[in-house]
Design a protein around this ligand. Structure first.
Ligand code: ADP
Ligand code: ZN
Ligand code: ZN
Length: 743
């Protein structure tokens, strides 16, 4: 007997199948998915591998499998999924298997989390009373020292890294406290628990409304009958979708089954976790990118040993090793984070469909603004739809106003804050209510240009202008991370007449301070969210310290619930609209509806102000009306006319490399080959051309766009065309199906 194996190794040249013979004594045990060790290369060094095929003959095998490690095997079904993904997403099987393995299965990772298993814990050496005395007698003055000691009073014996993150201090602050003899470090085993310090009150299921009940009954009967079905819960924000999810999961658990719930990475907030913890306490495992590999390993163990029955996580949590699956829920199903923009370029919605079908269980998609193609399928009865039309706690939807920024200019208002928005903020400050301002650009000035020669100041590595960051006084590239000191003179002509224009969140914050000097503000964007929990910290601070105004990018719009927010301003709604992408309008609509949903979620009716230079654009007017159906009708007509998804798939073939001539030649060859292979009646191929941002990180970028159906026929043609041109040159080719962006 023989096997085909895939090495568990990142090296590109090893990313293919190798044949080995199975020793007699292993023959009975070997199955697809088996973990084995195989001798490899000249020195026969043992390599870690997975069996992906078992067969009777082999032309190539000349060595034997050395060892089997059944306890580290993965299921055959998973290997099949990995094979399918590798084909569909143009990547290696091992890349896909990696998503299905616990962390720590490569030796490098294992080292890092084993080291992490022991760590320093911080204990108080003085009593609470002594702390109070030291503070009252002014013997400890530093605000940071006080913060740490006060925190330790409540949470004595905390892991040092958690302490640093939660209290937002550096290690040197702690070291000072240790030297003074206030605290001590004790080496201990780490009991990792991502739910640290979350004391939640138990919560009971609510009596469902009739709309909620209908969805619940239908879907829970699918769980009972082991029936695969795709369902869409389409309900405005606050209509009680999450309550349905909670009760469906409870049902699955009652039946001895398990559940996976996917949420967009950014909305995996303490608030949503708390709601789940309040119902299910420790039966939950969470998986997201901010976990350390040790935490991730522990969560993975909890799942595979059956201790956790519910997995909550971002995109890749769909691969969690859960057994007896009873339901998969994808919240905010329209969110772009479900599609991976890195290899493997999978869409977790497609994976979820596959997994639910194999597990014979329902898939639930939830959204207030469903993906156009999901809604289309629902209208065609391919997906079962449940509508929730009322807010569950009877709060009203906010009142939305559109402000025409062109008129502001005419009034002589050159600030980013319209008169309407100013009035709104003044009133909110007076009434001690909170405000959220959304602007999808970070930094201070988003455009830096020499007024003398007219040249924009560009990143040396990318064809994109640099953004000015005032707080650090630096110019930054948002694509490759390049940073430079602020320029005094133009690199092109030497003039010192450099103009900063375009607005980002930093400038907005400054303007708010100029207008409202007494208002407190907090900013949330990629620049302020870098440490492990600071996303959470910023939101908690906004809520608990009653900060007047939260200013932020995209990351503030998702799922948070702030009872005191009664005013939301979208400062420049057009910033999403002007992106060269067929999805731009859909994304604008979804974002604005979601932003608006942050206002007035409880007793106070909320107000939303959308500022725009395109007040008549349907993407904006319909979001102001919060009318998804009207939007859908208009947008789907456009898509049909222009033949865009959901009426076809968009496949982007990208060519990336440092040699522009080679890129041109290869892309041209691929284009010609494709044209000779595909069916011209059903597929349209655009000529190769430079991507909208044609250089990132010193690499040139070209693309071919294909419109057609991404089925086996077309995919096979693409394989043929690129395989012929792949070998021997340095240009890398990647294929992306229905990508989030076309760059
Ligand atoms: P969504 O997920 O659609 O935004 P939620 O499930 O978060 O909506 O519900 C919004 C608010 O209404 C929450 O505070 C929730 O507890 C409450 N709620 C949901 N369903 C009910 C119900 N049937 N009865 C009373 N309150 C409910
Ligand atoms: Zn110049
Ligand atoms: Zn750059």
């Amino acid at each position: 007997m023989f096997v085909e194996v895939i090495l568990n190794n990142n090296a590109k040249e090893l990313n293919r199948v190798f044949d080995y013979e199975i020793p007699k004594e292993f023959e009975k045990k070997v199955v697809v998915g088996c973990r084995v060790l195989v001798p490899f290369g000249k020195t026969d060094k043992l390599e870690d591998a997975f069996v992906i095929t078992v067969k009777d003959k082999s032309e190539f095998a000349n060595k034997f499998v050395a060892k089997m490690i059944p306890e580290l095997s993965i299921e055959e079904e998973r290997i099949n999924l990995a094979k399918l993904m590798a084909y569909k997403y143009f990547c290696n099987i091992s890349d896909c298997i990696k998503l299905m393995l616990p962390p720590g299965t490569s030796s490098k990772e294992r080292n890092s989390w084993e080291k992490e298993k022991k760590g320093k814990f911080v204990y108080l050496k003085i009593s609470s009373k002594e702390i109070e005395e030291l503070i009252s007698k002014n013997k400890i003055k530093s605000e940071k020292h006080i913060r740490v000691l006060k925190f330790l009073k409540q949470n004595n014996g905390i892991y040092i890294l958690d302490l640093e993150t939660i209290t937002n201090v550096s290690k040197s602050i702690l070291n000072t406290l240790e030297k003074k003899g206030y605290i001590e470090y004790i080496e201990e085993q780490i009991r990792r628990n991502p739910f640290i310090n979350k004391k939640v009150q138990k919560d009971k299921p609510k009596k469902l409304t009739s709309e909620q009940g209908k969805a619940y009954n239908d879907i829970s009967s699918c769980i009972e009958k082991n029936e695969f079905k795709i369902n869409l819960i389409y309900g405005i924000t606050g209509s009680g979708k999450t309550e349905i999810y909670l009760q469906l999961i409870e049902k699955a658990l009652e039946l001895g089954k398990t559940a996976i719930m996917l949420v967009p990475e950014i909305s995996l907030t303490p608030q949503i976790l708390e709601r789940f913890l309040a119902r299910f306490d420790d039966k939950i495992a969470i998986l997201h990118s901010k976990l350390s590999s040790g935490e991730r390993f522990d969560e993975w163990q909890k799942i595979s040993q059956g201790k956790a029955k519910i997995v909550i996580g971002a995109r890749s949590a769909i691969f969690a090793p859960i057994k007896k699956l009873g339901i998969v829920i994808i919240d905010e199903e329209h969110d772009s984070s479900y599609k991976s923009e890195m290899t493997p370029r999978y869409n977790s919605k497609d994976i979820a469909k596959y997994i639910c079908e194999k597990a014979n269980c329902p898939l639930v998609l939830g959204s207030a603004t469903p993906d156009l193609s999901t809604y289309q399928k629902a209208l065609e009865n391919k997906i079962k739809i449940f509508k929730l039309t009322k807010r569950a706690n009877n709060s009203c939807l906010p009142k939305v106003e559109i402000v025409d920024l062109r008129k502001e200019l005419a009034y002589g208002n050159i600030s980013m804050i319209s008169l309407k928005l100013q009035e709104g903020i003044i009133e909110n400050l007076k009434n001690k209510k909170q405000t959220i301002l959304f602007l999808n650009r970070r930094g201070y000035s988003t455009f830096v240009m020499c007024k003398n020669c007219g040249q924009p100041v560009k990143c040396p590595n990318c064809s994109i202008s640099l953004t000015y960051h005032k707080y650090e006084n630096k110019l930054k590239c948002h694509y490759c991370g390049f940073e430079n000191k602020v320029l005094k003179v133009c690199p092109n002509c030497g003039s010192d007449n450099i103009q900063y224009s375009g607005t980002g969140t930093q400038k907005l914050e400054e303007e708010i301070h100029n207008f409202f000097p007494t208002a407190t503000t907090i900013r949330m964007d990629l620049d302020t969210v870098s440490k492990k929990n600071s996303h959470e910290n910023i939101l908690n601070k906004f809520k608990n310290e009653h900060i007047d105004i939260l200013i932020g990018t995209q990351m503030i719009v998702k799922g948070h619930h702030f009872p005191d927010v009664t005013l939301v301003g979208a400062v420049l709604a057009d910033s999403l609209l002007n992106i060269e992408d067929y999805k731009a309008v859909e994304r604008t609509f979804q974002t604005l509806v979601q932003v608006a949903g942050r206002a007035g979620r409880e007793d106070n009716r909320g107000k939303v102000i959308i500022q725009t230079y395109n007040p008549e654009h349907y993407g904006i007017t319909y979001s102001a009306k919060q009318d998804y159906e009207l939007f859908y009708k208009t947008e789907i007509d456009f898509r049909k006319k222009l033949k865009y998804p959901p009426f076809c798939d968009i496949i982007v073939v990208r060519f990336i490399g440092s040699n522009i001539d080679e890129i041109k030649k290869i892309s041209d060859n691929v284009f010609k080959k494709l044209n000779s292979l595909v069916n011209k009646n059903t597929t349209y191929i655009y000529k190769p051309c430079a991507s909208p941002i044609d250089k990132i990180n010193r690499k040139y970028r070209y693309r071919i766009i294909i419109k057609g159906k991404a089925g086996t026929k077309l995919l096979n043609c693409i394989y043929k065309a690129i395989d012929e041109n792949k070998i021997k040159n340095k240009t890398s080719i990647n294929v992306d199906i229905n990508p989030n962006n076309m760059t």
